[in-house]
Design a protein around this ligand. Structure first.
Ligand code: NAD
Length: 295
């Protein structure tokens, strides 16, 4: 049996990630807003907690997989936040997709507390998380990253480092999600063009995915878009919109013109305006484009 880890956030991603930590031999102190989510975990390996503070008590590592910046900040420095209990020298592994500014801020709070902050956002949908196939990007203090590696490796197929600055891995994650969203918009437009001109979009997706665009994003998202397969919901459109907003904001702050960011931002804003924020982001792009085209 390995050590006990705090784990906060059992959503679409957090739940399969927590399962893999248990599979790797860790025991967990879990906190989730809806406590019943923990019922899906191996009960002998889990202690269910009432707050982030409780989940971070007496552990060397606490992992967070919450939805967005403000919610993570509350879980760290709120009234019952993890900083209330996290011991000196302990490490907070922060795996949500958030802004680099939030990581810089949380890193400073941990420094004041005598604890450490490790940025470790992930690529991969819930199915990839379940199959331990996430790609994990890291940034932060080198020795902390090295020590935390076995924990990260229990949740993914690879860990790639981007330096010591706490916000670096967030920049890479935001840039990567921008590329995924732009690819979805592009595929939805191309397949719709085919469909309106008598070509089977599924055949187009198969062809491109196995030849010119032979890469996981085009293969996996291409199939979902071409098949108009939008369920089960793996990643909510409203969280995708959060990432489009993060990309747009970062582009503005760093004076980086990104015309495509405006397009994907609008696409998901439209989905949200139509009440589809809790549907999958693939539907936001796929259905958004076919709807515009009158299909
Ligand atoms: P989710 O909506 O399924 O889960 C969100 C988690 O945050 C849950 O544990 C929920 O209880 C908690 N939460 C939400 N609002 C809260 C509040 N007001 N107070 C307390 N807790 C609250 O989201 P997810 O898909 O698991 O994504 C989690 C993070 O991982 C996000 O930052 C997301 O961008 C990122 N991410 C998701 C995917 C994916 O495919 N789903 C892939 C890579 C990264």
């Amino acid at each position: 049996m390995k050590e006990k880890i705090g784990f906060i956030g059992l959503g679409n991603m957090g739940l399969p990630m927590a399962k893999n930590l248990i599979k790797a031999g860790y025991t967990l102190q879990v906190y989730n807003r809806t406590a019943s989510k923990a019922d899906e975990l191996e009960q002998t390996a889990v202690t269910v907690c009432n707050s982030p503070e409780e989940a971070a008590t007496d552990v060397q590592y606490v992992v967070t997989m919450l939805s967005e910046d403000g919610i993570l900040e509350e879980a760290v420095s709120g009234e019952k936040g993890l900083l209330k209990s996290l011991k000196q020298g302990a490490v907070h592994i922060s795996m949500s997709t958030i802004s680099p500014e939030t990581s810089v801020k949380l890193n400073a709070l941990h420094q004041q507390n005598g604890s450490h902050y490790l940025t470790a956002p992930v690529f991969g949908r819930p199915e990839a998380a379940a199959a331990q196939k996430l790609w994990i990007c890291t940034s932060g203090n080198s020795s902390i990253k090295e020590a935390a590696k076995p924990i990260l490796e229990s949740m993914g197929q690879g860990v790639v480092d981007f330096g010591e600055e706490p916000g670096n891995a967030n920049v890479v994650k935001i840039a990567g999600n921008f590329m995924i969203m732009a690819s979805m918009e592009m595929m939805a437009e191309a397949f719709t063009l085919g469909e309106k001109n008598g070509i089977d979009p599924k055949k187009m997706a198969d062809f491109f995915g196995s030849t010119l665009f032979n890469a996981p994003i085009y293969q996996n998202y291409g199939k979902l878009i071409a098949n108009k397969q939008y369920e089960p919901v793996g990643f909510k459109a409203k969280l995708g919109f959060k990432d489009a907003r993060l990309a747009f904001t970062l582009a503005q702050k760093s004076e980086t013109p990104m015309p495509m960011a405006a397009i994907i931002h609008n696409r998901l804003l439209t989905a949200i305006a139509k009440g589809q924020g809790d549907k999958d982001w693939v539907e936001g792009f796929g259905h958004g484009v076919t709807d515009d085209a009158g299909l």
